[in-house]
Write a protein that binds this ligand. Structure first.
Ligand SMILES: CC(C)(COP(=O)(O)OP(=O)(O)OC[C@H]1O[C@@H](n2cnc3c(N)ncnc32)[C@H](O)[C@@H]1OP(=O)(O)O)[C@@H](O)C(=O)NCCC(=O)NCCS
Length: 130
């Protein structure tokens, strides 16, 4: 089941993030991050286990930054990611928000399926990552 903005159990979410090495420590940091979010989408299996998550940070006006798009590693390849992305795109379209995301080149073909493409309008991305 795919849901928008359902109540988050932070420990459960951190277990999901940890399943692919994205766990947050301490847990209070994850709680603060979710509190700052514009929204999120969750996916649960038939036993109500949390198996997918994506987080959205937004100004609520124009821009929406997509973070932590993941499916539990034991559940990947079952179209859960596809269903979450469909819900995500509908959610942003309803609010006329433009999604932006940073990802590895290996994931590009996944996001292309949902209309994402490398920018070609002259804008550039700048980073300061240590
Ligand atoms: C990327 C990810 C969210 C995809 O979720 P998923 O549930 O496994 O994907 P789906 O089963 O819905 O696949 C949908 C389509 O995308 C393709 N796809 C799946 N994972 C892919 C990947 N990592 N790269 C490229 N294409 C991918 C599938 O082949 C499928 O193609 P099809 O519709 O032509 O058959 C999942 O693999 C994941 O959590 N990866 C680790 C975290 C990550 O790297 N997140 C993205 C970077 S921020």
């Amino acid at each position: 089941m795919i849901k928008r903005n359902e109540e988050i159990n932070y420990k459960e979410l951190n277990e999901l993030l940890s399943s692919i090495g994205w766990g947050i420590n301490p847990l209070s940091k994850l709680e603060q991050s979710i509190d700052l979010s514009w929204g999120w989408i969750t996916a649960r299996d038939a036993n109500d286990k949390l198996v997918g998550f994506v987080q959205i940070l937004s100004d609520g006006i124009k821009h929406a930054y997509i973070l932590r798009m993941l499916v539990h590693k034991d559940y990947q390849g079952n179209e859960i990611g596809k269903r979450m992305m469909k819900e995500l795109m509908e959610m942003l379209e309803e609010e006329k928000l433009n999604p932006i995301l940073i990802t590895k080149p290996t994931e590009e073909s996944f996001y292309k399926k949902f209309g994402f493409k490398r920018e070609d309008n002259g804008f550039i991305s700048l980073f300061k990552w240590d």
